[in-house]
Design a protein around this ligand. Structure first.
Ligand code: NAD
Length: 435
């Protein structure tokens, strides 16, 4: 029987990546989840999350005996030197982070942790959570450490193994050093700090990224009004090393499992201490407006300024919140689709990462299993997710299938010249005057 030195609680995007990557670094890792089916599948090496390299690492870890999966946190922690919490912290009432999963795991394991164990919080949690968890545990021999995770879905394994930085915060410097040492082989810059600062780094970074995206979306709208081109504007901005090219692409609004809930949670943290974070509120308000603006743009392009979308068939390309993932949580594509549906549009969609049996989508769209079928008889096509394969479609064939020769590209992802040669009218963001 192996002795596992690390326990990881929660085997979602963050937990499974953490477990698999730490085991690939030579640690013995036992992962736990409350979902019995997931535990069974993972124990057989079946990974349902779409992440390059993750399934391979899980299978390697299982085969080498360095990675295991069990049901329930209690069964994972008894021998662990370090326990990582990677459970969900969804948006709760009023926008604050819901800490129920974190608290329930802490209660479950508190009396089972071996003496001297370090409990590491990897979930994104508001400032003060490490302190609260330490109180809940109530054991002076157990240290609580905050170690936020910055991986991006779609490149989770790569990001975990090649981090821009490691952030570790704790009251006890020795406990923080112990956690930092687990990542030593990665050679990343490491910020050792107090728990509150570590907790805040994660929100500060995500909310900054959201603000950057809202800014670019607003700039794209301004471009349409003044007759400028957002692609050229952002290229010119991005060469400035203080700004950088990343996160300068306009889109249908930001979303995904993190930015919406983290912006709301930070607004709540600010409010709880009497700070009116107007800048961040503007970021979230303008994101909500961006989704509505996309619907107006689509309606305008497909049925004209006074037309109605009722009964109009539209073909959607992409539904996941970004390319490279099968995650639909808080997807802006789905939000736009829902608004279109509310206006009576008949929606068919294709997404390379989704199965046509995806039940949660049936109310909003009918999923088809290939992209050309969504064009058939549609009044227009709407690109919502930037899957690379959409660029390589046979646009001449698409044009022949469409009833209305209109493509609304909410990601500025397609080549307008290719579409124009196919006889299609391309409507992007921030490059055509508003009419
Ligand atoms: P997820 O929903 O993909 O996975 C969470 C897992 O925890 C699920 O498998 C669930 O069954 C399990 N779980 C829930 N309660 C449990 C319990 N009591 N005991 C054991 N397992 C339990 O979530 P995620 O995307 O991995 O996010 C986890 C945390 O990491 C969140 O706080 C999130 O904000 C943060 N985070 C996410 C990302 C990301 O890109 N997804 C990136 C950085 C940080």
């Amino acid at each position: 029987m192996y002795r596992y030195d690390i326990a990881v609680i929660g085997t979602g995007y963050v937990g499974l990546t953490t477990g698999a990557c730490l085991s690939s670094l030579g640690h013995r890792v036992l992962c736990a989840d409350v979902d019995a089916r997931k535990v069974e599948q993972l124990s057989r090496g079946e990974v349902r999350i779409l992440e390059p390299g993750l399934a391979e690492l899980v299978r390697e870890g299982l085969a080498a005996g360095r990675l295991g999966f069990v049901l329930g946190a209690a069964n994972a922690v008894r021998d662990a030197d370090v326990v990582f919490l990677c459970v969900p912290t969804p948006m709760g009432e009023g926008g604050a982070a819901d800490l129920a999963a974190v608290e329930s795991v802490v209660e479950e394991v508190r009396d089972l942790l071996p003496p001297g164990c370090v409990l590491v919080n990897k979930s994104t949690v508001p400032v003060g959570t490490a302190e609260r968890v330490a109180e809940l545990i109530g054991r002076p021999d157990v240290s609580v450490v905050s170690n936020p995770e910055f991986l991006r879905e779609g490149s989770a394994v790569h990001d975990f193994l090649n981090p821009d930085r490691i952030v570790v915060g704790a009251q006890s410097p020795a406990a923080a050093e112990r956690v930092a040492a687990l990542y030593a082989r990665l050679g990343a810059p490491t910020v050792l700090t107090d728990a509150a600062s570590a907790e805040l780094v994660k929100y500060a970074a995500n909310c900054f990224l959201a603000t950057k995206l809202s800014y670019v979306n607003a700039m794209a709208e301004l471009c349409e009004r003044v007759g400028a081109n957002i692609g050229d504007v952002t290229e010119g901005m991005g060469y400035d090393r203080r700004i950088g090219q990343a996160f300068l692409q306009p889109g249908p609004g930001w979303g995904g499992s993190c930015l919406p809930k983290d912006t709301q949670a930070l607004l709540q943290v600010a409010e709880s201490v009497g700070f009116d974070f107007t800048l961040l509120r503007a970021t979230t308000d303008s994101n909500a407006r961006q989704r509505e603006r996309m619907v107006d743009k689509i309606a305008h392009a497909c049925v004209g300024p006074h037309g109605s979308l009722r009964g109009v068939r539209l073909g959607l390309l992409g539904l996941t919140f970004k390319a490279g993932t099968n995650d639909l949580r808080d997807s802006p594509a789905l939000a736009v689709a829902t608004l279109l549906r509310e206006q009576g549009a008949e929606l068919v969609a294709y997404d390379p990462a989704l199965s046509v049996h995806q039940a949660e989508l049936t109310e909003v769209v009918r999923l088809l299993d290939e992209p050309y079928a969504v064009a058939e008889g549609a009044a227009g096509l709407v690109l919502l997710t930037e899957w690379p394969e959409f660029r390589a479609l046979d646009w001449g064939r698409m044009a022949n299938l469409l009833a209305g020769r209109v493509v609304v590209d909410t990601r500025n992802h397609l080549d307008p010249d290719v579409l124009s040669r196919a006889g299609l009218s391309w409507h992007g963001l921030g490059n055509q005057p508003v009419v």
